[in-house]
Write a protein that binds this ligand. Sequence first.
Ligand SMILES: Nc1ncnc2c1ncn2[C@@H]1O[C@H](COP(=O)(O)OP(=O)(O)OP(=O)(O)O)[C@@H](O)[C@H]1O
Length: 201
Amino acid sequence: MVLTIGLTGGIASGKSTVSAMMRQLGLPVIDADEAARAVVRPGEDAYRQIVAAFGPGILQKNGDIDRAKLGAIVFSDEAERTKLNAIVHPAVRRRMLAEKEELVRAGAKTIVLDIPLLFESGLTDWVDKVLVVFVDEETQLRRLMARNGFTKEEALARIRAQWPLAEKVKRADAVLDNNGTIEETRRQLLAVLETWGALEK
Ligand SMILES: Nc1ncnc2c1ncn2[C@@H]1O[C@H](COP(=O)(O)OP(=O)(O)OP(=O)(O)O)[C@@H](O)[C@H]1O
């Protein structure tokens, strides 16, 4: 039996920090953001579909998709956003499932799926356990502003575009409180993984 852990949280709540810890512990991590970048690289099906749907005007000189341009188009137009998601989402899911199959074939006992929008995308059925990285809104705001150089308004707009973190916490199998130090978070992570038998080889 393979144990599949879904790692999620809110923007700047510390998911990448925790996923790096999990990798350090030797757990294989499949990263949804990385998959989303990979499927739109030149040569990929989703790349061709995006160029066909939005035109070559969204390309950079070197042929890569200009994420800022595409982002500006879909940001203000829901129909365009739906069109893009209909191309990208299935491709990301296929890629993540293929990566998971590969790890299962290679004999992995525990697999981590790092999916920032696990709940928003309705993918909780993909995992056996949901691990939520939690911070209070004050800490989240401070870290997001510091990391991205956002104003308070810019940071709040991004926080409010996601499910409230408290809702994710309610539905979690385990929660890591990341308001404290990295070391405190690491201790909580080890305890959860121990409980789930996730570190057994
Ligand atoms: N316990 C902590 N103490 C201090 N700083 C932290 C802690 N955890 C994370 N950070 C910092 O807070 C910021 C957000 O953390 P991280 O990038 O891991 O979050 P994330 O959930 O992956 O964010 P996103 O969804 O935006 O990619 C980073 O700058 C990180 O270095």
